[in-house]
Design a protein around this ligand. Structure first.
Ligand code: CA
Length: 216
């Protein structure tokens, strides 16, 4: 905002707290929170989500223009705006996801996918399939993203090695963490195309072999 438009501005519903617990100096508006612990989840690690005990819950100013929080979740939640970057939501957990059966298995690829059956109380921002050659792969291993949200999705795996056993799991991510589906192993097929070279023509007596030349 510029200086002119800020004249007469009331900045209310703020949160003022000293880390040592002492009462902040000065005066404040009636709707400011003064010297109460914000009860962030883990501020040292940059997690400013609110604990259920936070005084910031439902203590924010109603600003209809603001319709979501830093997680992209709708705000207000629980009837009123919270102070801070995030609306408090109870019982947020990682999404629940199942892994779809592996089909269309070839030498170098297969089709799988998953079904996000529950978002865990927060929007599913990413989902997909991860895989490796041992059980219970994670997104630290090879993985393919397949959009976001709940419901079923399909992913094609490519670039696999033939005659190799892989394990796949679906995954889904929300603000609470990563949910994984069940581990499904499968084995890529063997290269069955013939490598034998058959001679389709023979050189008859008296014929010459003419080297091919490249016309430039
Ligand atoms: Ca709220």
């Amino acid at each position: 905002m510029d200086a002119a438009s800020s004249l007469g501005l009331q900045v209310s519903n703020n949160y003022i707290y000293n880390e040592d617990g002492s009462t902040p100096r000065g005066t404040h508006y009636p709707y400011d929170l003064w010297g109460l612990s914000p009860a962030f989840i883990n501020p040292a690690a940059g997690d400013y989500h609110l604990k259920s005990t936070s005084a910031c819950i439902n203590a924010g100013m109603t600003v209809p223009e603001i319709t979501d929080d830093f997680d992209g979740q709708p705000r207000p939640n629980g009837g009123a705006y919270d102070i801070g970057a995030y609306e408090f939501r109870s019982q947020i957990s990682p999404p629940t996801v199942t892994t779809s059966a592996v089909t269309a298995i070839s030498m170098t690829g297969a089709t799988s996918g998953g079904d996000v059956v529950s978002d865990g109380g927060a929007a599913v921002t990413e989902r997909g399939i991860c895989w490796r050659t041992t059980a219970n792969p994670t997104i630290s291993n090879s993985h393919i993203r397949a959009s976001s949200g709940t419901g079923s999705f399909t992913v094609k795996l490519v670039g696999l090695s033939q005659r190799t056993t892989y394990h796949v799991r679906a995954y889904a991510i929300n603000a609470s963490g990563i949910g994984y589906g069940n581990d499904i192993p499968f084995t890529t097929s063997r290269d069955t195309t013939s490598r034998a070279v058959t001679t389709s023509s023979r050189i008859k007596k008296g014929e010459k072999i003419v080297p091919r030349t490249t016309i430039k």
